[in-house]
Design a binder for this molecule. Structure first.
Ligand code: COA
Ligand code: AMP
Length: 639
């Protein structure tokens, strides 16, 4: 039996034994009673009874083991021209001091702290400082607008918010503070205070009595020690898009998370402690949590915090420069980033400027990876390029090519095989497993392995309803696809209103809620249409109220701005079209899937349930006006 097969089979036959052994890699203050607690199934818990501290396992334990002088964090900012390094000892000291500062502001174990920051070391320090004192952090991505931040403030009810004066995008300085102020104004919950990091690129005005500067907050603070927390206590909450405007607060625990992430570093990514690992993502996304901060530090690696883009900062060689300069062994990014590089440097000429001799593998996730992009990267970089699939909910890969166990042949377009711990099945609507090659809903048989979400923040019922009721005994991933004859998993699409724009997960339902609030709009629909660079882009269809006489172009301009103001620039909502009616079924359901296919120029079968087939022609005409609905070249067209 192959090593992968043996390890995988064991992980499913004896999950408690398998993860119990993996847990030996973590320092526990008190050992757990039982690896898997299924007494409240389907709410499973891992390592109940155990106590640990995640920050201790990320920093102090490595210092005790002699890694104090090794680099823990390299901050490489192409947008400010800064490189700053932190050894494990230096990072621990900064974290302990900031943990003391949080304490001085009244933050205690179990309190929530929202972190709304750009890619600066203080964001990582704030996360680890929360973990150190048992506070629960919730990092909010900087590209979200004030209203999205306000929704998260109202759900997490933070005692404190840590933010910065500004973020830096290549084309502009983004003032964070006005967004923060507006969010607190909108939110019903008011935090007790805010700690603001002043950046020289744009200083913020502070509100007396509420805001305090980072430097002042840490001045004279006693460093705080690690506080033991229960393995099942939350480490963080991360909000992710669901099908409505109310994001889901994914809860991550301490014990299962530490065990699982530590295990992945060797078994999936095949990196050793002491090596440099780089995830080019943002701390606001789950990839940033798991593979900029926690995974590499739990494993004793050097991690890189990169503030910049794959292209334009200054060019499409930026990633290769970072790999060469810092000796990166393994890198993780989104396919979009590679597509952007390929677009600017199609022959990969900039790669030859750098010494990539230490570089061993590139991992891609966050969106479907088209085979062309995967092949291009493999040919140009001459290292294995591994597509792997996971979600905010799981916190670590569900399917992958586990390089540390046994590299399997790569099939471009497939994210390879289930990772040990995940019993991945493909089911039809009647909960029956489908034959190899047949598409169905991708689910994971319960229990999920450690580190996956135990529930949603303060919303057990929403957790059950969103993930567990569709197929009894299984977790619903929300993705559709198939397994082939070799057991490889192919993730093809979502089954809900979630779209993936440049690897960022967004809800078309949330955008529709915003557009519907425009006074001239009677109804609307948003679908994700194929985009060469970003994978998918949102596209809006708007039906105006009877009697509206304004220029439709002005209304479209309004709604584009409305989505930017309410959801944020990250939504990349730039195109909408006004139509007379939306295609619907006789029972009134909007045929979003059909509209998407028309926009993508794919073959469309008119559904028998359609109320008025003429609506489809109208949609096609409107789409052609905004540059969509062009027949695909492969279908014999002139394009
Ligand atoms: N704060 C404020 N605004 C932000 C932001 C942040 N942290 N991140 C992005 N934005 C803004 C951008 O400035 C842009 O605004 P614009 O409409 O005014 O131009 C908008 O949000 C969309 O950003 P982005 O999706 O990054 O697109 P882009 O056109 O600026 O860049 C790429 C294109 C391909 C370079 C970029 O999408 C990219 O780096 N993708 C990789 C994605 C990735 O790593 N995902 C992580 C998941 S693993
Ligand atoms: P997020 O929660 O933001 O990480 O987004 C998770 C979703 O992104 C998944 O449910 C998939 O729809 C999509 N996704 C992530 N990785 C992949 C991949 N390798 N292949 C296909 N889709 C992916």
């Amino acid at each position: 039996m192959s090593p992968y097969r043996r390890i995988y089979d064991r992980s499913l036959k004896d999950p408690s034994g398998f993860w119990g052994e993996a847990a030996a890699e973590i320092d526990w203050g008190r050992k757990w009673n039982k690896a898997l607690d299924d007494s409240r199934a389907p709410f499973y818990r891992w390592f109940a009874g155990g106590q640990l501290n995640t920050c201790h396992n990320c920093l102090d334990r490595h210092i005790a083991a002699g890694r104090g002088v090794q680099l823990a964090l390299i901050y490489d900012s192409t947008v400010t021209g800064t490189i700053q390094t932190f050894t494990y000892s230096e990072l621990r000291d900064r974290v302990a001091r900031f943990a003391g500062a949080l304490r001085r502001q009244g933050v205690e174990k179990g309190d929530r702290v929202i972190i709304y920051m750009p890619m600066v070391p203080e964001a990582v320090i704030a996360m680890l400082a929360c973990a150190r004192i048992g506070a629960i952090h919730s990092v909010v991505f900087g590209g979200f607008a004030a209203k999205e931040l306000a929704t998260r403030i109202d759900d997490a009810k933070p005692k404190l918010i840590v933010s910065a004066s500004c973020g830096i995008e290549p084309n502009r300085v983004v003032q964070y503070k006005p967004l923060l102020d507006a969010a607190i104004e909108i939110a019903a919950h008011k935090p007790r205070g805010c700690i603001i990091l002043q950046r020289p690129q744009g200083r913020a005005n502070l509100i007396a009595g509420r805001d305090i500067e980072w430097d002042e907050a840490v001045a004279g603070c006693e460093p705080a020690d690690c506080v033991p927390v229960a393995a099942t206590d939350p480490l963080y909450i991360i909000y992710t898009s669901g099908t409505t405007g109310q994001p889901k607060g994914i809860v991550r625990d301490n014990g299962g998370h530490a065990v699982a992430l530590k295990w992945t570093m060797k078994n999936i990514y095949n990196v050793e402690p002491g090596e440099v690992y780089w995830a080019a993502s943002d701390v606001g996304w789950v990839v940033g949590h798991s593979y900029i901060v926690y995974g590499p530090l739990l494993h004793g690696c050097t991690t890189i915090l990169y503030e910049g883009k794959p292209v334009g900062t200054p060019d499409a060689g930026a990633f290769w420069r970072v790999i060469a300069q810092h000796g990166v062994r393994v890198m993780f990014t989104a396919p979009t980033a590679i597509r952007a590089i390929k677009r600017d440097d199609p022959n990969g000429e900039l790669i030859h400027k750098y010494d990539l001799s230490k570089f061993r593998a590139l991992f891609l996730a966050g969106e479907r990876c088209d085979p062309d992009t995967l092949r291009w990267a493999g040919t140009k970089l001459k290292v294995p390029v591994i597509d792997h699939w996971w979600q905010t909910e799981t916190g670590w890969p569900v399917t992958a090519n586990c390089l540390g166990i046994e590299p399997l042949p790569v099939k471009p377009g497939s994210s390879t095989v289930p990772v040990p711990g995940y019993d991945v099945r493909v089911l039809d609507d009647n909960s029956r497993e489908v034959a190899p090659g047949k598409t169905g809903c991708i689910v994971v048989k319960l229990p999920m392995p450690p580190g996956c979400l135990p529930t949603l923040w303060n919303a057990d019922e929403r957790y059950r309803h969103s993930y567990l009721v569709a197929f009894d005994g299984y977790y619903l991933t929300g993705d559709a696809g198939f397994k082939d004859e070799d057991g490889y998993v192919w993730i093809m699409s979502r089954i809900d209103d979630v779209i993936n724009v440049a690897g960022h997960r967004l809800s078309t339902g949330a955008m529709e809620e915003v557009i519907a609030s425009h006074p001239d709009v009677a109804e609307c629909a948003v679908v994700g249409v194929a985009d060469e660079l970003k994978g998918e882009l949102p596209l809006g269809f708007v039906v105006l109220k009877a009697g509206v006489a304004r220029d439709p172009q002005m209304i479209v301009k309004d709604i584009v701005q409305l989505v930017r103001d309410n959801i944020g620039p990250v939504a990349s909502f730039k195109t909408a079209t006004v139509v007379q009616r939306l295609p619907k079924t006789r029972s009134g359901k909007i045929l979003r899937g059909v509209m998407k296919r028309i926009a993508d120029g794919a073959e469309v079968k008119v559904p028998p349930t359609i109320e008025d087939a003429g609506a489809l022609d109208e949609i096609g005409a409107a789409l052609r006006e905004v540059g969509y609905a062009k027949p695909r070249a492969s279908e014999g067209s002139e394009t």
